[in-house]
Design a binder for this molecule. Sequence first.
Ligand code: BTN
Length: 248
Amino acid sequence: MITANLPAPFTLISLDDAGSTNDEARRLSQSEAAADLLVVAATTQSAGRGRRGRAWVSPAGNLHASWLIRVESLHHAAQLGFAAAAGLVSALAELVPGPQFQAKWPNDVLADGRKCCGMLLESAGPRWLVLGIGVNVVAAPPPEGLNHPACCLADHGYDGGAGAVLEAFCRHFHPLLTGWRHTGFAPIRAAWLGCARGLGQPTVVRLEHDTQTGTFAGLDDEGALLLDQGASGIRRILAGDVFFPDAR
Ligand code: BTN
């Protein structure tokens, strides 16, 4: 079981196994236990989900957790994924000296250019958001079938366990969440862009039916990636797989 001493106001429900912690959190949102910043963590997930319908391999030792977040409306909810990614980058930089941690659009976290964390934001009715985070602490998925190279924190010498990652994330995420609730997206966007991979660099975006190229120019208010295509203008990307051929 993942154990962690979470700072207030986070509360933890720790399970041995879940299908998906996002599903558990959604189920709790419809129950009397529903509470802002309730965290559901599971040692393993038998049906862990990634973005775009992909599976998320969820072995014991990695972190699988979902946060129930109360929102006024779902209108700007995607902005919270950027707050979470920026918080996770600073939490991991504190815990794991050595690698460069960066945020990669939309909500991944990379260590020295390799993906070590993914996030899945889902709504649960009109007032709840579920933020699911998977961190490869002790194991990365096998390279076959991956679009991007992956790694785990243990590859960088980390042996502090999933609970310490959970605790550090809550500590770093909370001020960002509070700032977002009071002042909106501007400070979150600045924090995220400050640790983003590929900003200002040549970018390839693989969409469902075609591929677009340009320069990664920023984020708009909905969290869309702004792709500067020169004479063709700025294209907003809301979903796609992003590659930075020259990034380091
Ligand atoms: C991605 O990069 O595609 C997103 C991965 C999100 C995985 C986490 S693990 C905890 C939570 N439960 C899930 O089923 N998915 C998220």
